[in-house]
Design a protein around this ligand. Structure first.
Ligand code: BEZ
Ligand code: MG
Length: 573
């Protein structure tokens, strides 16, 4: 009966599902406004940042996550069935945590700790380490020496070094305005990154399994340099988990080898993985590139069945059918030619210069079809053109994937996500003759989540582009703010072009929110008619290319607005 759309159970299920989605959007941490060089955050933004920091255990500070402490104090058991009552309790936990952070900001750590004792039976000494850490972060965020450091750097003076990372992942990046350093690639993946990657990889494969009834035979992964710096190699670790290997450290504690995780421990087949790494990753993580290549070759040579080891299955099949050698069949790590960066897919999309969507995938392969690693004799193949090997490897891919590890930059903030993940998905679509399932995980919240690309586009649109808190924050920056909104819509359009992953309602709501709303249109015209004009043009292009099934009357209004903006700009010039 529960599938009967009129039954009470079904109604309750749908209401709870909707509640879940609303909470997900509500809780998503978004940057409100741009960072202004040299300027400190205001109190409201500070509270948001501190809440996010407090939601993770901070072992380095001996501090436990405040939501866990409060939930335990209130006797909420994480094993309880997830029903409405538990939701109400969780909402209460969030309220208490938020209020305690406000108290810590406005009064003192002591006042906040006492409040938690009163409201949630949390012992003072349990919560104080977190409040001390938050007080330290607050002080560091209230001082900003970026301009002073820049002037000192220009005078050739010494600038203190500091790690580069995401503030939530690693608050020790503060104070800003230091000389950012990256990472020792031999430490990648770190022990923590490898441990964290296990559950994300499991969620990813479980998701595919639940949608397709079996594991994917092959996946394509995008690996970036900055992300792997920030997480000390979470993306790298996910690739290793998919292959079913673990890093082995040498006597200097360098991760230079891998060993297979026995199949009975792994509990699933080894997945074939095609890795496209950015030019930055290739340059910064040379030993890691070698480690990944070594991992594929090791797995391909394990004495295991084709049902349990998809790398071996594909390599042996290719050797047999193509009469090629092992090295050609086992090439899985690709990047740009030496000295070359990026895919150019973003530029082609932004300039609207393609006829057929397939071109975008071909452009990706043109740029990325260079192999990295070592052949069976140990000789370097770094930067060798390997177009046929890449075509073959992508032709087997059933799912594409990228890990997101920061709340600051999401898939519609910059054009790089669609150039990479969108570009490779388009390339797979032609070579495998089927659109792959496209996934992203976000490891920026406590419980890493795997989402389809379509779900992620919806979430980003609701949490950012169409969220008044986000766009009003942007509009405070005047000219630049309108440009940012237009950028977001163009980046969203990039997901239509490369992956057909944008719902019609998204374009419709963008048109209604920014262009058909008279007051908003006036603000746009006054602040930045050029970006407003680009925005209308992008929406009309989305319709023209078949990505947006729009009402003819709405399109006519947009055409009128476009004409008005052109007149106005001519008047301005
Ligand atoms: C990287 O960190 O590898 C990267 C950064 C921006 C765009 C593409 C890649
Ligand atoms: Mg559509």
């Amino acid at each position: 009966m529960s599938n009967n759309p009129h039954s009470c159970e079904e109604r309750d299920r749908r209401v709870l599902e909707l509640h879940d989605q609303l909470v997900e959007i509500e809780q998503r941490l978004i940057p409100t406004g741009l960072h202004v060089f040299g300027r400190v955050s205001d109190n409201e933004r500070l509270a948001d940042t501190l809440r996010m920091i407090a939601s993770f255990d901070r072992k380095e500070a001996g501090a436990r996550a405040l939501p866990d402490l409060v939930a335990e104090g209130l006797g909420i058991n994480s094993g309880e069935p997830f029903d409405e009552e538990l939701r109400t309790k969780r909402d209460r936990v969030d309220q208490i945590v938020s209020h305690s952070i406000d108290l810590a900001l406005l009064e003192s750590s002591d006042a906040a700790a006492q409040y938690l004792t009163r409201e949630a039976n949390v012992e003072r000494q349990e919560s104080l380490p977190m409040f001390s850490l938050l007080a330290q972060v607050r002080e560091q965020l209230r001082t900003n020496t970026e301009s002073e450091s820049l002037l000192r750097a220009l005078r050739g003076e010494y600038i203190e070094a500091g790690p580069g990372a995401d503030i939530v992942q690693n608050p020790s990046i503060l104070p800003t305005g230091r000389n950012t350093h990256a990472i020792n690639p031999y430490l990648v993946p770190s022990v923590v990154a490898f441990a964290r990657a296990e559950s994300v990889t499991k969620s990813l494969l479980d998701r595919y399994l639940s949608e397709h009834g079996r594991y994917p035979y092959a996946m394509a992964l995008v690996l970036w340099g900055l992300d792997n710096i920030k997480t000390q190699g979470e993306g790298v670790a996910q690739a290793l988990w998919l292959l079913g290997v673990r890093p082995v450290r040498d006597s200097l504690n360098r991760a230079t080898e891998v060993e297979p995780i026995p199949l009975d421990q792994l509990g699933r087949p080894r997945i074939d993985v095609v890795m496209t790494v950015s030019g930055i990753f290739r340059d910064l993580f040379s030993p890691t590139v070698q480690l990944l290549d070594k991992a594929v070759r090791l797995v391909a040579q394990l004495d295991e069945s084709a049902q349990a080891n998809y790398v071996r299955r594909h390599v042996l099949n290719q050797i047999d059918s193509e009469k090629c050698d092992f090295d050609d069949a086992a090439t899985r790590v690709f990047s740009n030619a030496p000295g070359n960066y990026g895919t150019n897919v973003n530029f082609m999309v932004m300039d609207s210069q393609w006829e057929c969507d397939e071109t975008l995938g071909d452009l990706f392969v043109n740029r990325k079809c260079f192999a990295y690693g070592r052949d069976s004799k140990g000789a370097s193949i770094d930067g060798r053109e390997a177009r046929a090997a890449m075509d073959q490897a992508l032709g087997r891919v059933e799912a594409t994937y990228q890990n997101i590890d920061t709340f600051e930059i999401g898939i519609t903030d910059v054009d790089h996500y669609f150039e990479y993940l969108g570009g490779i998905s388009k390339a797979v679509e032609k070579r495998a003759k089927a659109r792959p399932s496209i996934y992203l995980s976000d490891t920026l919240s406590r419980d890493a989540r795997v989402r389809s690309l379509e779900e992620t586009v919806r979430l980003e649109t609701r949490a950012k582009t169409l969220n008044p808190k986000w766009f009003e924050g942007m509009l405070q920056h005047g000219f630049r703010g309108v440009a940012e909104i237009e950028n977001h819509v163009s980046n969203t359009f990039g997901w239509s072009a490369t992956a057909d992953a944008v719902d019609d309602w998204i374009y419709t709501d963008v048109a209604e929110t920014f262009l058909l709303d008279e007051q908003m249109m006036e603000r746009f015209q006054a602040l930045n008619p050029h970006s407003a004009h680009a925005l209308v043009g992008r929406l009309l292009e989305a319709h023209g290319r078949g990505y947006w099934d729009a009402d003819e009357s709405l399109l006519n209004k947009l055409r009128d607005i476009s004409g008005q903006l052109e007149d106005r700009m001519e008047g301005v010039v």
